[in-house]
Design a protein. Structure first.
Length: 558
C-alpha cells in the first residue's frame, strides 16, 4: 500500500494511505483524501494504481498539481520519495509506509529515544517463530497445561476488570512476570497510527533501578509486527538476525520473546516482549507458545480499551461541538428585522454540526439596514471560528464607514492582514435605505443575488465579474451596484450550498433552477422563501449534502 506523507501544511508528518485502485484528493468531503484548504479544488487530483505502478493526474484543478517542482500534464508515474505539491501543501510519495519506526520531528513525547536504529543482516538464527494470526483464540493445553491454565486465569481475570488502557497494560505484564519467573524485563509497545510511531506504553523490570537501562530493538519489534509471527531467540546477543542491534548488546539479552498484538482485522497494534539475561533459564518453544496465545487474549483487551477510549473522546468532542453549535447559532439573528414596508425571510442549515456560512442584519443610522450573507472557505470548527470573527469585523467596519463599498474595502483589509493561511470568504452586502427605497449591493466573489420583479421575471444583480473574495488581495477595491426596489419586488441572497445542492444522481441544482423556483406564482417574501426551500428539498431528496446552505430574502410590500 502506498502513502502520502505531509511535509508542509495541514499536520506535518501525517500519513495518508492510498487504498484501492484510485484515490481522489480534494476539498470535497467525498474525496478519498480530504484537503480542507480553500485554494484546493473540490476534486483536485487523483492517484491511481496501474499494473503495479502509481500515477498522479491533475483533475483540471484551478491551481494545478506539481511533482518535484514541475507542473504536470496528463498522467505522471510516481517514484519513491517524489515530492507532490498541491497549492501550498507538500507531500512525499512512498510505495511503502514511510519511517516505520517514527520520526523524531513528529515525536513530541520523545518515544524514539527508546529505540536504536540498527539494521539487520539477511541471515537469521532465530530459534523459533509462530504465526500468531493462525492461532486459535483459546489456549492449547497439550504442552505444560498447568502453566497455560494459570496464564489463562491470570490474564482473563486481569483483563476483565477494566477498560482503561493505562490499567490494562501493567496488569498484563504483572501476570506475565508471575508466569515467567526468569523474565528480567517486559514491555508492551503500541503503534500510534496517527503519528506513525512506536511508543512504549508499559514497561516492567524484575529488579529495581534498571529503568535507565531501557533500550528497545526496533529490528525485533518490526519483524514481529510485519511478519505477524511471535519470535524466540535463545541467545539474542549471538543471533545474526539481531547482531547489529546495539540495544540487545547493551542489555546483554540472552533470550528474548516478542509476540505481535493483532486486532480482529489481523493488523498489528504493537507487541509484547519479554527478555532475560539468565543463561540458565532461556525461554523455550513452549514459552513462546504461551506468550503467543496470551498475546491474542491481550490484543482483544487492548482493542476494546482503545475503542472505549475513542468512544469517550468522541463523546467529549460531541459535547464540545454541541456547545459550539449553540454559540454559533447565537451569532445569527434571532428573528428577521421589522421594517415598515418590507418583509424578510432567512434560512440557515450547516452541513455538519458547525458551518462556515453566515448571515446578519445590522441596523445603521439614518433609517438604513445592512443585510450580509457570506461563505467562509472550508468546513467545521476553523470555518465557524472565522465566521465569528467576520461577524465582529462587519459590525465594526459598517459603524466606521457610511459608504457600503468603503466598508467592504475595510473588512477585506482587516481579514487579509490576519494569519488565516489559505482562507478566504465570499461575501455580499446589501444596504437598504428606507428613506428613498434604494438598495446598494457590494459583492466580493459571492454568487450574484437574484431580483424577482413585479412580473415574476428573475434577473441577477451585478456583473458576473464580481470582486475577489475577502482575504485574497488586501488592495482589492470593491464597487457598488445601486437599484430601487419597487413594490412587489424581492431579492434573494444565498450561498453556493443552494446552487451546488446535489441529488442522488449526482446532478447539481444550478442557478437556472433557482430562477425557476423564484419565479413561482406565490405572494409575499415568506411564501417565496418557503417555496424555494421546498423545491430544493424535493430536488435533493434524501441525498446528504456536503455544503452549508444559507438564504436571506427581502421584499418590498405591495
Amino acid at each position: 500500500m502506498a502513502t502520502l506523507q505531509v511535509v508542509k501544511g495541514l499536520n506535518p508528518g501525517q500519513v495518508f494511505a492510498i487504498e484501492g485502485q484510485r484515490a481522489v484528493l480534494g476539498r470535497h468531503p467525498d474525496c478519498d483524501i480530504v484537503l480542507d484548504v480553500g485554494a484546493v479544488s473540490r476534486q483536485h487530483a487523483q492517484i491511481s494504481l496501474d499494473a503495479g505502478d502509481y500515477f498522479v493526474e491533475d483533475l483540471h484543478s484551478r491551481n494545478g498539481t506539481m511533482v518535484n517542482g514541475k507542473l504536470i500534464e496528463g498522467r505522471y508515474k510516481l517514484q519513491e520519495n517524489d515530492r507532490l505539491k498541491i497549492c501550498d501543501l507538500l507531500f512525499t510519495f512512498h510505495q511503502f509506509e514511510p519511517n516505520d519506526g517514527g520520526d523524531s520531528q513528529r515525536d513530541p513525547e520523545g518515544a524514539t529515544r527508546w529505540f536504536d536504529d540498527e539494521t539487520s543482516s539477511s541471515s537469521s538464527t532465530v530459534m523459533s517463530t509462530m504465526d500468531v494470526s493462525k492461532l486459535d483464540h483459546t489456549l492449547r493445553l497439550n504442552v505444560r497445561p498447568e502453566v497455560k491454565l494459570r496464564a489463562l486465569l491470570e490474564i482473563t481475570d486481569s483483563l476483565g476488570q477494566t477498560l482503561e488502557l493505562d490499567t490494562v497494560l501493567p496488569k498484563i505484564l504483572d501476570s506475565l512476570f508471575k508466569i515467567f519467573a526468569q523474565a528480567d524485563r517486559g514491555l508492551v509497545v503500541l503503534r500510534d497510527e496517527r503519528r506513525n510511531l512506536l511508543i512504549p506504553k508499559a514497561v516492567k523490570h524484575r529488579r529495581a533501578g534498571e529503568d535507565e537501562e531501557l533500550r528497545l530493538s526496533r529490528t525485533i519489534i518490526n519483524q514481529a509486527m510485519n511478519s505477524r509471527e511471535a519470535i524466540l531467540s535463545a541467545d539474542a546477543t549471538s543471533d545474526s538476525q539481531f547482531q547489529m542491534s546495539q540495544s540487545v548488546a547493551d542489555f546483554r539479552i540472552r533470550s528474548v520473546m516478542c509476540a505481535p498484538l493483532l486486532d480482529t482485522d489481523g493488523r498489528a497494534l504493537g507487541v509484547i516482549q519479554l527478555d532475560t539475561s539468565n543463561q540458565r533459564s532461556a525461554f523455550q518453544r513452549e514459552d513462546l507458545d504461551v506468550l503467543a496465545s496470551i498475546a491474542r487474549q491481550a490484543a482483544v483487551a487492548i482493542e476494546n480499551a482503545q475503542m472505549h477510549e475513542n468512544q469517550i473522546r468522541q463523546q467529549r468532542i460531541q459535547r464540545d461541538l454541541e456547545l459550539a453549535h449553540q454559540v454559533q447559532r447565537g451569532f445569527l439573528p434571532a428573528e428577521p428585522p421589522k421594517v415598515a414596508g418590507y418583509d424578510f425571510f432567512d434560512y440557515y442549515q450547516a452541513a455538519h454540526m458547525l458551518g462556515g456560512d453566515y448571515y446578519d442584519y445590522v441596523e445603521l443610522p439614518g433609517g438604513r439596514l445592512a443585510i450580509v450573507v457570506a461563505d467562509v472557505a472550508g468546513k467545521g470548527i476553523p470555518a465557524a471560528m472565522l465566521a465569528a470573527r467576520l461577524s465582529a469585523d462587519v459590525r465594526y467596519c459598517l459603524a466606521l464607514e457610511r459608504e457600503a463599498a468603503a466598508a467592504v474595502n475595510r473588512i477585506n483589509a482587516s481579514f487579509a492582514h490576519s494569519p488565516w493561511q489559505d482562507r478566504f470568504i465570499t461575501f455580499v452586502l446589501a444596504v437598504l435605505d428606507t428613506t428613498d427605497q434604494s438598495l446598494t449591493i457590494v459583492n466580493a466573489g459571492h454568487p450574484l443575488p437574484l431580483l424577482r420583479r413585479q412580473d415574476r421575471t428573475v434577473v441577477a444583480i451585478g456583473d458576473a465579474e464580481t470582486g475577489l473574495p475577502l482575504g485574497i488581495d488586501e488592495d482589492s477595491r470593491y464597487e457598488a451596484v445601486h437599484l430601487r426596489l419597487e413594490p412587489g419586488e424581492a431579492i434573494a441572497m444565498f450561498t453556493d450550498g443552494f446552487t451546488e445542492a446535489m441529488n442522488a444522481q449526482g446532478e447539481l441544482l444550478g442557478v437556472e433552477k433557482l430562477h425557476e423556483f423564484l419565479a413561482a406564482p406565490v405572494d409575499g417574501v415568506a411564501a417565496l422563501g418557503r417555496n424555494l426551500l421546498e423545491n430544493v428539498r424535493s430536488f435533493v431528496g434524501q441525498h446528504p449534502q456536503s455544503d452549508d446552505m444559507c438564504l436571506a430574502c427581502l421584499g418590498r410590500v405591495r
